[in-house]
Design a protein around this ligand. Structure first.
Ligand code: GDP
Length: 454
């Protein structure tokens, strides 16, 4: 018996609010509150217009639908009521459903039930969460392709192949007539090392996947008056960039977010970098350095230079700050007034130098192009073969390590049980990826990060 759950699945404040119900009593709960208008009764999977009555009072004229199991999102009977978006109406509907025995759904509980009922594997369930929170078209496209199951099928297939390899070794262990030399050892070794290479490549794709999903921290640095604010405004205006406030999952601060051609940059406001004796400005400069350090480690540094003036000491300081960044772009601003003195040295410190005029909005598309190439967001695999979360990345790494051990032990002539032990470890961790063998607390953790109603 699946206890019936209900939740508001749309964000508050919209014109329409959808209440979702899942569980054995979904249809009866709906029928207790909703009466179709006209002669037709509610039909499965047909959105129907009617009246919603709570305690004898008509509180809305919504559309409603029910879906018989098992062909539903959760695999259980489900229903939806598409009300008008009034929070009073939606609260009344939910209260009435709770009076009928349903309970408030927990975060991610609909998707969790879909997972438990075999509708989605864990990898695809995580893609659902990514899709709901995607901040760029590319991130959404990646989540959709992962939801399509291509990767899930690949992992399930790898797992099956490993199980088959294990079975071959177990035959040697269980039947003394069989000799290990009789096994196609070269072929098996090749299979293990091909798989390991694929898993390592996927593990390495995590930094790109993360950039796409969460965005990259980005610091715009440069000496005062280099044109940082003008550049920021130009970027915001240029690409019809979305500026949103994303409360970070691991950060307490709220950041401004800029979306450039699919690349999400989490901008950190920085004060101009320069030596100063002013105590207040010193704090600003020190914060700017922290922001640069963070962006330098895992994000993008945009170093802005004033090309209308010769290179100065403060510019060299900015070059030094940006030098250790994994991805730093030098922006030679005020290209409309460019003076040639000394700017060639930028190419020694930066992988990319983009001349532009922030004020006249010239050269911005070249900057976007450079950033997309630098971060690898331009060439996304179409099969969703990009890892977007740390759990998946760590699991892939663990699996690859176990396969590496298996291959080494095989090559070194270890006994079959030693090889089987390593391969079984790899099978286990591949199962964690798709949810075939995963501990409950990990599942709890994954779904706790979902929103209520999904
Ligand atoms: P910040 O202190 O680095 O944020 O610099 P601002 O963005 O405030 O710009 C300083 C000055 O440079 C302003 O007067 C801007 O209008 C001017 N400026 C910025 N970008 C350009 C540019 O591309 N060309 C020209 N000619 N002036 C610019």
């Amino acid at each position: 018996m699946a206890q019936t759950i209900a939740a508001l699945s749309t964000a508050p404040g919209g014109a329409i609010g959808i209440v979702r119900i899942s569980g054995d009593a979904a249809e009866s709960c709906l029928r207790a509150l909703f009466t179709p208008v006209g002669s037709r009764d509610l039909q499965p999977r047909v959105l129907t217009y009617g009246v919603l009555t709570v305690h004898g009072r008509v509180i809305d004229r919504p559309m409603a639908v029910f879906f018989p199991a098992p062909a539903t999102y959760t695999g259980e009977p489900m229903a939806e009521i598409h009300c008008h978006g009034s929070s009073a109406v939606l609260q009344a509907v939910l209260s009435a459903l709770f009076d009928l025995g349903a309970r408030q759904a927990e975060p991610g509980e609909f998707t969790r039930r879909a997972f438990l009922n075999g509708k989605l594997d864990l990898f695809a369930a995580e893609a659902v969460g990514d899709l709901v929170t995607a901040h760029s078209e590319q991130a959404a496209a990646l989540a959709v392709s992962q939801l399509g199951g291509h990767m899930s099928t690949e992992f399930a297939d790898m797992r099956q192949r490993l199980i088959a390899v294990c079975a071959q070794f177990l035959a040697v262990i269980d039947y003394p007539d069989e000799e290990i030399e009789d096994l196609p050892l070269t072929e098996i070794g090749q299979t293990l090392s091909d798989m390991r290479a694929r898993l390592n490549a996927l593990h390495e794709s995590y930094s790109r996947g993360r950039a796409l999903r969460e965005g990259l921290p980005c610091a715009i640095i440069g000496r005062p008056n280099a044109g940082k604010s003008t550049l920021l405004n130009a970027l915001l205006g240029y690409d019809r960039a979305i500026v949103t406030d994303i409360a970070g999952t691991t950060r307490d601060t709220v950041e401004e977010t800029l979306c450039l051609g699919g690349l999400v940059l989490r901008l950190q406001d920085t004060a101009g970098l320069r030596e100063t004796d002013d105590p207040v400005e010193k704090i600003g400069v020190s914060r700017a350095r922290d922001a640069v350090r963070h962006a330098a480690e895992s994000g993008v540094v945009l170093a802005v230079f004033d090309g209308s003036k010769p290179v100065g000491g403060e510019d060299r300081m900015v070059m030094r700050e940006a030098k250790n960044a994994a991805r730093a772009v030098a922006i030679l601003n005020k290209a409309d007034l460019l003076r040639a003195e000394g700017w060639e040295e930028l190419s020694d410190c930066f992988r990319a130098v983009v001349p532009l005029s922030a004020k006249h909005r010239e050269g911005l598309s070249e900057l976007t192009d450079t950033l997309l190439t630098l971060t690898g967001v331009r060439d996304l695999p179409s099969d969703g073969g990009l890892i977007t979360n740390i759990r998946q990345a760590e699991t892939l790494k663990r699996t690859a390590e176990r396969l590496e051990l298996a291959a080494e032990h095989l090559k070194a002539g270890f006994s079959p049980d030693a090889v089987v032990y390593d391969i079984e470890g790899a099978i286990e961790s591949l199962g964690e990826l798709t949810g075939q063998s995963v501990q409950n607390d990990i599942v709890d953790h994954i779904f706790a990060n979902f929103c209520v109603g999904k």
